[in-house]
Design a binder for this molecule. Structure first.
Ligand code: SF4
Length: 649
């Protein structure tokens, strides 16, 4: 019976230039789904304990989603899985684009790459045939030009998709990522460095296999219903980008909350994409400012009006969507008149990039954000980690821990956009003082000294996403307790209110109108249950290939559980799927434990947890008892109080 998945992995060894197929049993899919779940199942069992993440024994997996290509919508995401050189533990990164469908069309649910090539290489995979191709001519080339050339070289072979690294990955930057679709990134966990360590510049995929599901008719019906809802989701015509700060102010001052309708989120995503949050989050405290130590007082309306999302989409010439997406949060922008950008078009900057190089650095130069975004996309560096690292460098400079002699002449002051751009260029090229900062905040503290740790915003070695846990404490639990720490895409209190999980999952606490916001700052059982629910459902999502923003439109609209049953024929209940999500999360955690990561070491540092709290702005007086909250989370994940799971239970 067709079940959506392809039933096998492609295993490639770069040292031996060999490849083989490995069949995966139905039981494994039912226990771990596909995507990240299948990835952690395979890597946990095949990466030896203590493996050097940059050595030939580390494995790098490109994983498709269980529902990708089945007729379901919003299910074209793919994941990279590996042992992370950034944290020393489990590593994964999730990405949109058009790679996921080609992995499956080649006949696989994932491509697992081990060994190390002596010379730069790229893989051309056509259905079940792998060709090892010389990539010397691409080594040193930026990610966008490399992908273009790879597709050009292989265009006679039909529809293809490619994933590549840029110079940052080649130079083994621990904050480098992997790109597809000319700037769509699997950016986290240092996955680009693992690819660079294998001298693997890219993979090109061309498949012709059919993907079948158990009940295509039901899938079509679910898709039709969702597409209709998305079509009808519209913001009132009078809502303009300039009004978003008012909405931010109102949400920031509310003392209570209730369930939310995800179609509001979907309509904002349709109009602006993720940048909808760039000015809304300043007045409500969601957006970190001045290396997480500032507030709206430092980045006032006079600054943030320059990043009004309307000003960004003024340059948008077309919408961009990942495979099977019906929201289309991405955009391609016209940058003909920006000389510093090569070419006429570039991806619209995402929320994370705008915030990490805007408010976080007190930069309000909009044009520079397009330039920086293009540099990151071409160079192949994670915008979240890079922005946090430059914020750290500036704070070290402003406080005299490093000086002009140390920086090679760069004056690293807040908002000094010329210096910010030069430092980023040097980080990507691992040149000059950029070599100190090319591996992220934690590594840089080792070079600058122990005093700099006070300015180092990282969680377990990884820099946090651009959402403040002092505004949404459940988000802070995920920063600290996820096996890939610092991740903003696991969930949060607001997303919990949108998902409506309580309508499906027996143990998910129901959110009612008038819920007290102050209760979110307590290490309560309810908070532990909500964060555990977020963590479990996110693993179901990543195993399915689903998009976070589909989840953020609510399961009452995007019917994930029905989709999964129609795809596989398993007839599992939402509770059973949540158990599957918990199993995946437990194995990700077990990987960390095996590699010597102490989960409690990943608690947020004092500044990130609001200890002491800020004195002004929307987060004034806010702090979170993160250690106690982590323990509640572990309890409802079924782990012991130190975060150690029993994967045999
Ligand atoms: S909403 Fe955005 S990230 Fe999600 S699938 Fe669509 S284009 Fe990709």
């Amino acid at each position: 019976m067709a079940k959506g998945y392809m039933g096998k992995l492609l295993i490639v060894n770069l040292s031996e230039r060999s490849f083989r197929e490995e069949s995966i049993s139905d039981d494994v899919y039912q226990s771990y789904l596909s995507g990240t779940g299948l990835g952690v199942y395979y890597l946990y069992n095949n990466i030896p304990q203590g493996t050097n993440p940059m050595g030939p024994d580390n494995l790098l997996g490109f994983m498709s989603g269980l529902m990708t290509g089945t007729g379901s919508v919003m299910t074209g995401r793919w994941s990279v899985v590996t042992k992370s050189p950034l944290t020393g533990g489990w590593g994964d990164a999730n990405c949109g684009g058009n790679l996921s469908i080609q992995i499956k069309k080649c006949g696989y649910d994932g491509i697992i790459i081990g060994g190390k090539s002596l010379k730069p290489v790229y893989l051309y995979i056509q259905d079940s045939t792998v060709t090892f191709c010389d990539a010397s001519h691409l080594w040193g080339m930026d990610a966008i030009d490399s992908e273009r050339l790879l597709l050009e070289e292989n265009k006679n072979k039909g529809n293809t998709a490619a994933a590549v690294i840029g110079p940052a990955g080649e130079k083994l930057s621990l904050i480098s990522g992997i790109s597809n679709d000319f700037g769509r990134y699997a950016a986290r966990s240092g996955v680009g460095a693992v690819m660079g360590s294998k001298h693997l510049k890219g993979i090109v995929l061309k498949g012709t296999k059919k993907i079948e599901s158990n009940d295509p008719k039901s899938i079509r019906a679910i898709s039709k219903e969702y597409i209709e809802k998305i079509k009808n989701a519209k913001l009132p015509g009078m809502v303009k980008g300039s009004m978003l700060p008012i909405m931010g102010h109102l949400t920031g001052t509310q003392k209570t909350y209730g369930p939310m309708d995800g179609m509001m989120t979907a309509s904002a995503m349709k109009k602006w994409g993720t940048i909808a949050n760039n000015t809304m989050g300043i007045p409500n405290g969601d957006n970190p400012v001045k290396n997480w130590g500032g507030s709206i007082r430092d980045y006032s309306w006079r600054y943030y009006r320059s990043i009004n999302p309307d000003k960004i989409i003024n340059r948008e010439i077309k919408k961009y969507s990942c495979y099977s997406c019906v929201i289309g949060c991405g955009g391609i922008c016209d940058v003909k008149n920006i000389d510093a950008i090569k070419g006429d078009e570039t991806h619209k900057p995402e929320y994370e990039t705008v915030n990490a190089f805007g408010p976080l650095l007190l930069n309000n130069n909009l044009e520079s954000l397009f330039v920086i975004n293009d540099m990151l996309n071409r160079g192949g560096m994670d915008s979240i980690s890079a922005g946090n690292t430059i914020a750290f460098a500036i704070e070290c400079y402003e406080n005299g821990l490093i000086d002009k002699a140390y920086t090679g002449g760069l004056e690293l002051h807040w908002g000094n956009v010329e210096s910010i751009i030069v430092l980023l260029r040097q980080m990507i090229a691992r040149e000059g003082v950029g070599a100190i900062f090319a591996d992220g905040v934690k590594k840089a503290t080792e070079a600058i000294g122990v005093e700099s740790q006070a300015y180092a915003m990282h969680v377990g070695g990884q820099e946090p996403g651009m959402h403040d846990a002092r505004m949404d404490p459940i988000l802070g639990i995920h920063y600290a307790a996820d096996p890939t720490p610092g991740r903003h895409t696991i969930g949060g209190g607001m997303y919990y209110n949108i998902m409506h999980l309580w309508d499906y999952v027996s143990w998910a606490p129901k959110v009612t109108k008038g819920s007290n916001k102050a209760d979110d700052y307590l290490a309560s059982d309810e908070i532990g249950l909500k964060s555990a629910a977020n963590a479990c459902i996110k693993q179901v999502l990543d195993g399915s290939g689903g998009c976070f923003f589909a989840m953020a439109s609510g399961f009452n609209h995007w019917r994930l559980f029905d989709y999964l049953n129609a795809t596989t024929g398993w007839h599992m209940t939402p509770d059973q799927y949540m158990k599957t999500g918990r199993r995946i999360q437990s194995l990700r955690q077990a990987f960390n434990i095996r590699e010597g990561v102490n989960p409690m070491d990943n608690a947020l540092n004092n500044r990130l947890a609001g200890n002491p709290p800020l004195k002004e702005g929307p987060l004034a007086g806010k702090s979170i008892p993160i250690g106690e909250m982590m323990k509640k989370h572990f309890k409802y994940m079924g782990w012991d109080e130190n975060g150690i799971p029993d994967i045999n239970s």
